[in-house]
Design a protein around this ligand. Sequence first.
Ligand SMILES: [Zn+2]
Length: 478
Amino acid sequence: MWIVYIAAAVLALFLGVISIRAACFRPKKQTSVPYQDVTFDRQRPIDALQQLIRCRTVSNVDPSKEDDDQFQKLISLLPELYPKVFDTCSVRQLPGRALLLRWPGRDDAAPTILMAHYDVVPVNEEEWTKPPFEGLIEDGHLWGRGTLDTKATVNGILSAADHLIGQGFQPKNDIWFAFSGGEEVNGPGADNIVDYFLRHDIHPALVVDEGGAVVENVFPGVKKPCGLIGIAEKGMMNAQYLVRSSGGHASAPKPGGPIGTLAKACVRLEKKPFKMRLSPPARMMFETLGRHSSFGYRIIFANLWCFRWAIDLLGKLSGGEIDALIRTTVAFTQMEGSTARNVIPPEARLVSNMRLAPGDTVQSALGYLRKTVANDRVEITVLESFEPSRISQVNCPAWDKVAATVSATWPGCIVSPYLMVQCSDSRHYGRISDHVYRFSAMDMTAQERASIHGNDEKIRLESINKAVEFYIRLIQKC
Ligand SMILES: [Zn+2]
């Protein structure tokens, strides 16, 4: 009988401990930043972005499908749209459609680098409600491919600088604007810029590129808007699974055909996802946003020492962004078999696109694939890959500048570090800095986020000016 009493006492103690921890797991005091209005001509940035959208700077892995004139058109437009910037800054073009501007500061301590890309992904024009490259303004929106990703930040950076130069402002230290015209196809522009910085021994105090944004309803149990600043990004790996066979006519098949063998490999990997990794950026996100969550979720987030499995399970069941935060993901994207319907393929292949969580490497991931498929007939090789990025610091003046600027521009939002699950040009900057932050200076609805790389991409006119405000406030701190 006493065993029952002891068990009940232990259970009560356990429930008490996790409940008290959840009750105490409340938001840390954030110094509230009063909203300060920034005054500038609010029509000019809208007109300028409209012009940028009219350049069809569509990048393609096959360069013969790119229209180089359109990229040149955009480059030659910039001095017209942002004349003071081009009067003040030195300008360089590097291979890979990289455009680099230096705005000299008063001192010569470590500079700030503001990044963006001016290429865009292709459109399915017939699926759009409005034309994607006309710069149409209707009902308070500017329509067009690249409005959100990410000509709005190219425009935000240059409009902010143009305005500040007009006010007689000079930054404390150098500010560089680093733009690439091939981010969407993993082009070499950003890498060439980083090479340039390395050759000139330039190690930035702060780098800001696209990434997170101010978003709502992305974290379990949190209703307030969250300003998510990426402090790292996952790696990428395309893996190929190849099975060879003696081929032959489909009328007399042998057991263990190549397609069936590949199908088994695919199912094994989907049934056994990579193990959960609570990397520092994901942990910090749970630690910050978890405190703002509802009590039920706080029981989990305040007690990760005993509820890791619950997050693991939540990720496995829901998939999507939460799961992508906590493990290396595997998405099967391509398959190829016979060219004829009645011929067994002599070679069949699958391709999976994988995003590597910090803590995994290309080698360790390949090892996991081979171990899980456990079939020597399936040859698994890596096609393209890069490792997860370096993780940037959060206890430093560089982080504070970006976080304070987000708070000042979107008062009341919860600022939090996060792990970016997509890739951006900023991963190259891990070679020269551990103060690289990924934040697209916009607040975005779920619908707006879905239109990035999709149909009907458009931006609210007020968002165009919010981006300018953000960069004005940030530049004033640099
Ligand atoms: Zn982008």
